[in-house]
Design a protein around this ligand. Structure first.
Ligand code: SF4
Length: 627
C-alpha cells in the first residue's frame, strides 16, 4: 500500500548546535494534531539554565499551555517528549529522556523517563523537545529526520503490537536504525496505565501516558538524526569522564553483574518487597526468581543505552513449557519482578517473564499492572467480584498472563482493571478500598513503605502519585559510602541514616535528594551512575557553558519541585491527598518488618515538616514567586 504523508514541516537548529559546540538545539517542536499545524518555539540560554529539559520543560509547558482542570484524555492535554540538557552528549548514561502530560490515571502530573536511544536520537535530529496538542482525525504517526517532520497515516498500524508496528515503520521508511516511541493496543484502548514504549523495550511506564498518546490518535514518533550533540566546554567534563570510565566496573559492578533483577532476593529478604498484596512476609519459592538461578535459564544477552558501557539491561529469550518469550521485548527489571511476582504471590519465572513481555507488546506499565492484578486477586479471593467469566487468582501464573491480555483489550474483568485499582475499588465499595495500595490513585512501586519510611513520605508527596524515582530509598541512605550518603554528607547530614523511621534528619535528606532527582530527571541522566555533586556540577557546567554550583543544582531542583506542587494544586489536589491508602498501614505479624511502618499521624507530621522546610504553608502552598 502507498503510505500517505499528511503534513510536512522543516526547520533547522542554530549553527552552534550543528558545529557541535552546544548541548541544546534551541528548538522545541510544536505539533497540533487537530489542525496539522507545526512550528518551532525558539528557546534561549535562560530557558535551559532554569529548566534543563525533561521534567522541567514538561512542567513549563503544562503550566503555561494547558487549561486548569482539563480532562487528561481531551485534545487540550499535551503530550510532551523532552530529552534534557545532557541527553545525547558524550556523558555515559545520557541516553535518557522524559515524557509527560496530565495523567489519566491520577489527574495529577504524569512524568516518566525512559532509557535507550530515542532521546539522544531526537536531539541528533534537531529538537530539544516535542509538544503535541490536539487530536488527529484518524491514526497518524510522526516521522522526524534531521529537522524535517512529517505527519503520516497510521491506519495500517492501529491495533498492532509494539514490535510489529515498529517493524512496519522501519520497513516503510527504509531504515532499520530508526528509533521509535510508540503505543500498543493498551494505549489505543485508553487503558489508564498504558505506557509509551521506546524501541519496544524501554518504557516511559507510569501514569498512563500511553493512553494520552492513544487519545490523540498518535501511534508512534519515529526519529533519526545525524547531528552531533556538543558541549560548550568539554574540558570541564574531562575529570568526570575519567572517573566514570576508569571506575564504572567497580562502582557499578552490581549493574554489570545482574542489573536491577539482582536485588530481587535482597529486597524480598529484607522486607522491601510487598507480598500477597501486602499481607505476607515471605514468598515460598522466591529462590526461583533469584538472579543466580534465573539468569542461566532465561537471560541470553545483555543490552544497553546510548553511550553506556554498563549494559545493565537483560534480554530474555525462552522456548519451553509454559510460554515462548521473545528477546526483542527485553526482560523484567526489579520492579516488574516484584509487581508481577511476589505481589501476586507468583514464584514462576516463566509467568513473570511472559507477563513482562506482554506488557511491552501491549504497552502497559508493569507496576500498575501488577498492583491492579494483585488487588483484583484479593477482591476475587474475598468474593467481591460477581458475574465475570474469568477472575485472576493468587499464585496462578496463567491467570496473571490472561489478566494482562484482558486489561490491554479491555475484555470482561479487564475492562474494570484497565481503569486502575483505585477506580475499581470505588466501584466495588468499602471492603475493596481497604485493600488498596496507592498514592493519589497510582499503584505503589515495589519498595514497601512499611520498611522504607522516607520512601513512604515520598510516595505521599509525589506530584505524580506513588513513584520511587523522584524519591529517597531509605536503604541507599543507610549504605555507607553510597552516592546518596555522600551527597547527603555534603549537605551537612550525618549519613548513613538509620534504616527505619522518619526522623527530622531523614525528612531533610528526602528534601535534598528529591531536588537532586528532579535535576537528574530534567537533565536527563541515568540515576544508576553514582554521581556526586562535583560530577553533576561538572556535567551541567560543561553542557551549558556556565558555572553550576551545588547551590544552583538545588535551586533548579527546588524550582521544579515548586512547579510540580503548583501544578498539583492547580489540578484540584489538596493536602488531604498527600497520604497513602489503607494497605500501606497494614501491619505484618512476622518477618523482617513485623509491626513496622508509619502511622497515619506520623506520615502527616512528616508531610507538614517537609512543607515547613520548603517554606510552604500548612496546606503545602508555595510562595507565589519562584526564583
Ligand atoms: S546503567 Fe543501565 S539504565 Fe543506566 S544508562 Fe546504562 S544500560 Fe541504561
Amino acid at each position: 500500500m502507498m503510505e500517505k504523508v499528511l503534513q510536512t514541516f522543516e526547520s533547522f537548529p542554530v549553527q552552534k548546535f550543528l558545529d557541535g559546540k552546544s548541548a541544546w538545539t534551541g528548538q522545541v517542536l510544536k505539533v497540533d494534531l487537530s489542525s496539522g499545524e507545526m512550528r518551532v518555539d525558539r528557546q534561549g540560554e535562560d530557558f535551559y539554565r532554569r529548566y534543563l529539559g525533561g521534567r522541567g520543560v514538561i512542567l513549563y509547558y503544562l503550566l503555561n499551555e494547558t487549561p486548569p482542570g482539563v480532562d487528561a484524555l481531551a485534545a487540550e492535554n499535551l503530550l510532551i517528549f523532552a530529552p534534557g540538557l545532557l541527553t545525547g552528549t558524550v556523558l555515559p548514561g545520557s541516553g535518557r529522556h522524559a515524557v509527560g502530560g496530565k495523567s489519566p490515571l491520577t489527574g495529577a502530573l504524569a512524568s516518566g523517563e525512559a532509557g535507550g536511544f530515542w532521546g539522544a536520537e531526537l536531539k541528533r535530529a534537531g529538537y530539544d523537545a516535542i509538544v503535541i496538542s490536539g487530536k488527529a482525525q484518524t491514526p497518524v504517526y510522526l516521522w522526524i529526520r534531521d529537522g524535517k517532520v512529517e505527519i503520516r497515516d497510521a491506519s495500517h498500524l492501529w491495533g498492532k503490537l509494539t514490535a510489529d508496528a515498529q517493524d512496519i515503520i522501519r520497513a516503510e521508511l527504509g531504515d532499520k536504525n530508526i528509533r521509535t516511541a510508540l503505543i500498543g493496543p493498551a494505549g489505543e484502548n485508553l487503558v489508564r496505565f498504558a505506557s509509551v514504549m521506546h524501541d519496544v523495550n524501554r518504557a516511559a511506564g507510569r501514569s498512563g501516558l500511553g493512553a494520552v498518546m492513544g487519545s490523540k490518535n498518535l501511534k508512534a514518533v519515529a526519529v533519526r538524526g545525524s547531528m552531533n550533540v556538543g558541549l560548550a566546554n568539554k574540558e570541564v567534563l574531562d575529570e568526570t569522564l575519567k572517573w566514570i570510565l576508569s571506575g564504572y566496573k567497580t562502582m557499578m559492578g552490581w549493574a554489570i553483574k545482574y542489573g536491577t533483577p539482582g536485588s530481587v532476593r535482597y529486597n524480598h529478604d529484607s522486607g522491601g518487597t510487598a507480598i500477597n498484596n501486602y499481607r505476607d512476609s515471605a514468598l515460598e519459592g522466591i529462590e526461583q526468581l533469584e538472579a543466580k538461578s534465573y539468569f542461566p535459564k532465561f537471560v541470553t544477552a545483555r543490552d544497553t543505552c546510548y553511550r553506556c558501557p554498563v549494559r545493565c539491561k537483560t534480554v530474555v529469550n525462552y522456548r519451553g513449557e509454559g510460554a515462548n518469550i521473545e528477546g526483542k521485548y527485553g526482560g523484567p527489571e526489579y520492579e516488574t519482578f516484584g509487581a508481577l511476582g511476589p505481589l501476586c504471590r507468583i514464584n514462576d519465572p516463566v509467568a513473570v517473564a511472559k507477563a513482562n513481555e506482554l506488557c511491552a507488546a501491549y504497552g502497559l506499565d508493569t507496576i500498575s499492572s501488577g498492583g491492579t492484578v494483585a488487588f483484583t486477586m484479593e477482591c476475587a479471593e474475598k468474593g467481591l467480584l460477581h458475574g465475570f467469566d474469568f477472575v485472576p487468582e493468587f499464585g496462578n501464573g496463567a491467570s496473571l498472563i490472561e489478566s494482562i491480555t484482558r486489561i490491554a483489550r479491555r475484555e470482561g474483568i479487564g475492562d474494570w482493571m484497565a481503569e486502575g485499582s483505585a477506580r475499581m475499588a470505588q466501584k466495588i465499595g468499602k471492603n475493596a478500598i481497604e485493600m488498596l495500595a496507592v498514592a493519589k490513585g497510582q499503584e505503589l512501586p515495589l519498595h514497601d513503605p512499611r520498611m522504607k519510611n522516607a520512601t513512604a513520605l515520598g510516595y505521599a508527596l509525589s506530584p505524580t502519585g506513588a513513584d520511587h524515582m523522584h524519591n529517597l530509598l531509605d536503604n541507599f541512605a543507610n549504605f555507607p559510602d553510597s552516592d546518596v550518603t555522600n551527597r547527603l554528607k555534603e549537605m551537612g547530614i550525618d549519613a548513613p541514616l538509620p534504616l527505619f523511621g522518619l526522623s527530622d534528619e531523614k525528612i531533610k535528606a528526602y528534601m535534598y535528594e528529591v531536588a537532586v532527582k528532579h535535576v537528574f530527571d530534567s537533565a536527563v541522566i541515568c540515576q544508576f551512575y553514582p554521581y556526586e555533586y562535583r560530577h553533576l556540577c561538572a556535567a551541567l557546567s560543561a553542557a551549558g557553558g556556565w558555572e553550576v554550583s551545588i547551590q544552583e543544582v538545588h535551586q533548579i531542583g527546588r524550582r521544579i519541585a515548586i512547579m510540580a506542587r503548583q501544578y498539583l494544586l492547580r489540578e484540584g489536589f489538596t493536602v488531604q491527598d498527600d497520604t497513602l491508602s489503607a494497605r500501606a498501614f497494614y501491619r505484618l505479624k512476622d518477618g523482617p518488618i513485623a509491626g513496622r511502618g508509619l502511622t497515619i499521624q506520623e506520615l502527616k507530621q512528616g508531610v507538614q515538616r517537609y512543607f515547613e522546610l520548603m517554606g510552604w504553608d500548612d496546606r503545602g502552598v508555595p510562595p507565589p514567586n519562584i526564583s
